[in-house]
Every structure is written in C-alpha cells, then in structure tokens.
Design a protein around this ligand. Structure first.
Ligand SMILES: *Cc1c(COP(=O)(O)O)cnc(C)c1O
Length: 456
C-alpha cells in the first residue's frame, strides 16, 4: 500500500477554536508580534513546539493512574530507571522535571569560567545553561549542515576536524565536555550518523574529555540511521539506540520530546562520582533522587513512552508526515531547510522574505505572517533566538533565519497537514506584503520567549 496511515485510533478529542483574519490581526498586536505571547486557544494549528504537546496513549494514561506517589523508593521510579538503564546501559539515572533541569545540574558542576562546551549545535536552553555557568558554548556543525538547500543524509553531524582543531588550540583541560544533540534541533532536526558519534567519542576518549548526548530525539535520530546508514537496515530502532548510547559517558534528555510525556526528563551517567554530585544538587533544586522534579505518575508515563517511541510503525508515520509537507512545498518552490528533519519543517525565512534584512528579523516576521494568514503558530530560530550584539550595539545575526513548524507527536492528522501546506502556499504568493520587525523589549537570557516587537 502506498498510503501510510496514522498507526493509532482517536479516543479523546479536543476542540479547535477558529478565529478570523481580523481577530488574528488584533491578537497579534496585543501579543507584540511574539507568538509566544498568544493564548493557545487563539491558535488554530499549534506548531510552536513538539515539546510536551504530544498525545499520550491509553497505556500511558493507565500508567498515570498506577503511579506510585511514595516520596522515597517509588515503584514508578524503579520502572522508569529500568527502562532507561536498558536503553542507555548507564547505571545512574536521575529524574528531573524537564531537560533544562538536567542541563542546569550538569553544567553547574562541569561548567564554569574558562571552560568550553563543544557541540554539533547547542540547543537554546543548553547554551543558556552553559553560559550561565560562565563557560562558553561552541557549535562545530559539519559544513553540509550550514547549507539550507543541500540534501544530505546526516546534516546534523559534528565537524570532527574542527573538533580536533579546537581541542588542539585550546587544550583538552579547558573542554568541560562534548555534547552531541540528536537530532540536531536548532540545526533543522537533522540527524547525526552513528559513524559521526563514534568518531566524536574516539576523539574525546583519546583526550580524556567526557562525551555526552543530548538525547531529546534519540528515536527519530535512530530511525534515520536505520533508513540512511549502511549496516543498520536490519537492526531494530531499539538496538540502534542502545548502540548510540553505548558510546556516551552520559546523556541529558527531555521526556517532553521522544518519550511522549507532557513533562519530565532525566540525566543518566556512568560516572559514580559525578552522579553523586548531581544528586546532591538534585535534592537542592528538584527533589529526592527517586522522583526528582516529577510525580510518580509522570515517571510511569515516561517509562511507557520510552517503550512506545521506538516502535517503527510510529516512526515511519512520524517521519513521513513531515516529509509530506516538504514535498508539497517543493511543488511550489518554497524555500525550506532540506531535507525535512525528524520533528519539524524549517522554512528558510531569509529566502522566503528576501526583501527583509536580517536586522529586521525575517524569521519573526514570517512567524507572525503565518499566524495572520491561517492561525498557525511556529517559532523563529534565527537572530531573535541566537542573535548577539557587538559592543557598539549592532546585531551579530544567527547562522540561519528559520521558522520551525514543529509537529506535536500523534496529535494532528493528514488533513491538518494539508491545511498547513495551503496556508504556507497562500502566504508565499503574497510574501512581498510582509513587513520587517524591530525589538521594543528584550531580556538578557533566552530573549525570544518574552521579547516584544513592532512592525517597521
Ligand atoms: C527541548 C530541548 C531541550 C530542553 O528540554 P526542556 O524539557 O524543554 O527543558 C534540550 N535540548 C534539546 C535538543 C531540546 O530539543
């Protein structure tokens, strides 16, 4: 059969509320042209993030009822721990309330002034936690990853030569750790190959540098390895994931991504001494080591989610729904980051709105235009998120100006995707009407969440 259907049936539904274009124009002004400041009920198709927005299965909901809420030694923790140990073979499993809490704990201990954290691309919260500790985050993305229109199988890879050169120039002692993000979220949801993971690990091992994985989308990454990397076609995604984790000294994970949970995360480690330090910090900031920042019911939902996420009929449907939007965009020559990644379509705002200079934030402008046109909410991944200023206050732009349309897991159907494609096509035809934006308010860290804008 040619048609790939959603491998689930719908048991509970939530209404979508419709708004008119006039209403959306008003709502956008009230939200200061920042879709983060819109109310969710005013959004028709919410592609702001795939984080914590997925639909849980009947088994996960059953787990919610089963959750053991004991303060210490909860059964739900042991189930959570055993699923993660089986996946990662890491003996120390530390539950946290979400991914950034794992980052905060890890970098408070391993970061600090004068140190570097090297990555293929650090996610925004990871970078913020690295920098907050005083350390510097350095992205060493492979050259293919920097060309948005190039089709290559593993555009999320780390540049191994650049990694070696950076360590040679700065000394291994100054490198707190190397962390590879799978899939590379800020780099377009592009996968990292097993070969690249192995090479990075060997470089680190030879120089005594800890090697970590930011595992938020490990299952999507492993499905790409299965379908794109020679030698993995006959292995299960679970086996591929076990191999991937086997190369790492530790990992951070947001269970809001590839664990189908609404909240949660973990830090898993091999090193007993580091685990001890992390747990001490955990008790201060999150909670007792057998619940971290979570309720017992959350631990159950995550444990079940981690078992469901590696199911291949699910991953096939997941990757295909995103590819499908890409194919429709191709038919209309609409610029997006190619090939489509694991969890999102990334529109290339620099090309889409080529009349808007980067100083006027074309990505943010495109986000706002998509909302106005069809009530779709996406997120800017460009100079609002990653821009910096020189000492004299001029903008140092981000590498790309992208708009990420992230698909919540198991939530929208094919007709929702057809609607999204139609809105993008309509907007593309009148793109010259879209205006640039100027920032009127911003915060020091993670400014994209709360910044305010006005139209130019
Ligand atoms: C979401 C995400 C994080 C942070 O996780 P939260 O649960 O949102 O705190 C870290 N890294 C990557 C790659 C992510 O996508």
């Amino acid at each position: 059969m040619k048609t790939i259907i959603e491998p689930f049936r719908i048991k509970t539904v939530e209404p979508i509320y419709f708004t008119t274009r006039e209403e959306r124009a008003e709502l956008l002004t009230e939200a200061h042209y920042n879709p983060f400041l819109l109310k969710a009920k005013d959004v028709i198709i919410d592609l702001l993030t795939d984080s914590g927005t997925g639909a849980m299965s009947s088994n996960q909901w059953a787990g919610i009822m089963r959750g053991d809420e004991s303060y210490a030694g909860s059964e739900s923790f042991y189930r959570f721990e055993s699923v993660i140990k089986n996946l990662t073979s890491m003996p120390y499993v530390i539950p946290v309330h979400q991914g950034r809490a794992a980052e905060k704990i890890l970098f408070s201990i391993e970061g600090g002034a004068g140190k570097y954290v090297l990555s293929n691309t650090l996610f925004d919260t990871t970078r913020a936690n690295v920098e907050y500790s005083g350390a510097q985050g350095i992205d060493l993305l492979c050259p293919e990853g920097k060309q948005t229109a190039l089709v290559a199988p593993f555009k999320g890879n780390m540049d191994i030569d650049a990694l070696k050169a950076f360590i040679a120039d700065n000394g291994a002692a100054s490198i707190a750790l190397v962390i590879i993000t799978v899939t590379n979220n800020s780099g377009g949801g592009q996968p990292v190959s097993m070969a690249n993971i192995k090479q990075a690990q060997q470089v680190c091992k030879a120089r005594g540098i800890p090697f970590f994985i930011d595992a938020c989308r490990f299952a999507e990454n492993c499905y790409f390895i299965k379908t794109r990397e020679a030698g993995y076609e006959n292995k299960s995604v679970q086996q591929i994931a076990q191999e991937l984790f086997s190369y790492a000294d530790g990992c951070t994970m947001s269970a809001k991504k590839d664990a189908f949970a609404n909240i949660g995360g973990f830090l898993a480690l091999h090193n007993a001494e580091l685990a001890e330090k992390c747990r001490n910090m955990l008790i201060m900031t999150e909670g007792f080591p057998t619940y971290g920042g979570l309720a017992g019911r959350d631990l159950e939902a995550i444990a079940t989610g981690l078992e469901e996420i590696v199911q291949e009929d699910y991953l096939k449907y997941r990757i295909r729904s995103i590819e499908y939007i890409g194919e429709v965009l191709d038919k209309h020559d609409i610029p997006y980051l190619k090939p489509t990644g694991g969890h999102a379509v990334y529109l290339d705002a620099k090309k889409f709105l080529s009349h808007i200079p980067v100083q006027q934030y074309p990505g943010q402008a495109l986000c706002c235009a998509l909302y106005l046109e069809g009530g779709i909410r996406g997120v800017e991944i460009g100079s609002v998120m990653f821009g910096k200023y020189t000492d004299d206050g001029s903008l140092i732009p981000g590498v790309h100006e992208l708009v990420r349309l992230a698909l919540p897991r198991r939530m929208y159907t094919q007709s929702h995707m057809d609607y999204v494609a139609e809105v993008i096509i309509n907007l593309y035809q009148k793109r010259h009407e879209v205006k640039g934006l100027a920032i009127t308010y911003e915060s020091k860290y993670l400014r994209h969440f709360t910044a305010k804008f006005k139209e130019i």
